[in-house]
Write a protein that binds this ligand. Sequence first.
Ligand SMILES: Cc1ncc(COP(=O)(O)O)c(C=O)c1O
Length: 460
Amino acid sequence: MTELRRNLDVEELVRLDTAHHMHPFTDYKSLAAEGGSRIITRAEGVYLYDGHNNRILDGMAGLWCVNVGYGREELAEVAYRQMKELPYYNTFFKTAHAPSIELAAKVAEKLPANFNRVFFANSGSEANDTNVRMVHHYWQCAGKPEKRFIIGRENAYHGSTVAGAALGGMSPMHKQGGKLIPTIHHVMQPYWYKLGGEMTPAEFGLHAAKSLEDRILELGPENVAAFIGEPIQGAGGVIIPPETYWPEINRICKQYDILLIADEVICGFGRTGKWFGLETFGIEPDLITMAKGLSSGYMPIAATGVSDRVADMITANGGEFFHGYTYSGHPVACAVALKNIEIIESEGLVEKAATETGPHLAKRLAEFNDHPLVGETRCVGLIGAIELTKNKETRERFEPAGKVGTMCRDHFFKRNAIMRACGDAMVLSPPLVISTEEIDALMSVARECLDATARDLGIM
Ligand SMILES: Cc1ncc(COP(=O)(O)O)c(C=O)c1O
């Protein structure tokens, strides 16, 4: 039997990594110059361990995904049993298996009442590709093929495939060929701290929503197919929209007969203190993107939730939907996701984020509001941000954007804790199992890192 080469020492792993492994979202030249990657060897609860046995407090749940925390024996056992029983079979051509069926039914149970069907993919990006295909298929079936424009938002993140990058509004990605779909447009994001000027958050929420209405009118409502948005923009810097924003977006999509896609890849499965961000913000979508918390990252799996409106139309009029992935509804991934949902339910992790750990995190974050470097703190459930600013009164931003955030992020790194810098917003999204004591430990490190960054800038 071939064993994993676990006997390689850390230096050898770093050497092989630098020589052979091209990482996602990485500057290869600077990674090599800085001595290579940090090697993570194991994890337990909210802690990672690296090759030098440092214990690292993971305030990001991996990449916003390990909702049930690390080291869950139950999930490993389910995967093992499923691999022995049926490691793989596809769900194309009128076949299925119990894990994919049970998971589809379970996810449908969690979604709003008008959602009864799901389509499986392997990543959030793929599920958003599915959304694009499904939106076009829907409007063709509805006899309106001219409805072809899809509108997203600046600074949104919807993944890294061709469609994911084009739907998102990340300009560095667009500059590298990520804007290859000419029918995708972008409108203003609801980022009050950066763009709100003299408006109140409530006024600005309506203003940002109006940018969608204006674009629809410009393109002609008869040509617009869909709008996509994350309930909270995660990678954009945990941008929590003003309360007025989503109800107005609902109204606009309904008025102009435009499908609304809620990208719940981060917000889904408890992150905001409800099962889905759409419940927190009152969003009324037609399609829902899910990934990450669906399996807590233990297996790659994603899904599109399909409303009755869309599913009934393409069932009645669509014939074969020529779309799918070899691993759509992979039995091992589905079995793990099912067990993961069972854990979230049985341990009351969503309620815990709503009533205990979420409010505690919000309170602890708010204590930074009088720090000289902090413009505002934001938090809903267990997702939050500390917005760094050059001037608290005028909300002036640092130039170049992201430099101070990266300095602060590096201080976390040195102290064996993880918070991520999205531009100059320090963001966090810890496992939903995090305790109030662990939140306190993370906040103590955050205080040290903010102070250290302020000292670096000579303002403390
Ligand atoms: C809102 C959102 N959508 C889509 C994606 C893409 O998911 P994946 O990286 O699994 O392709 C992400 C990833 O961070 C995300 O945050």
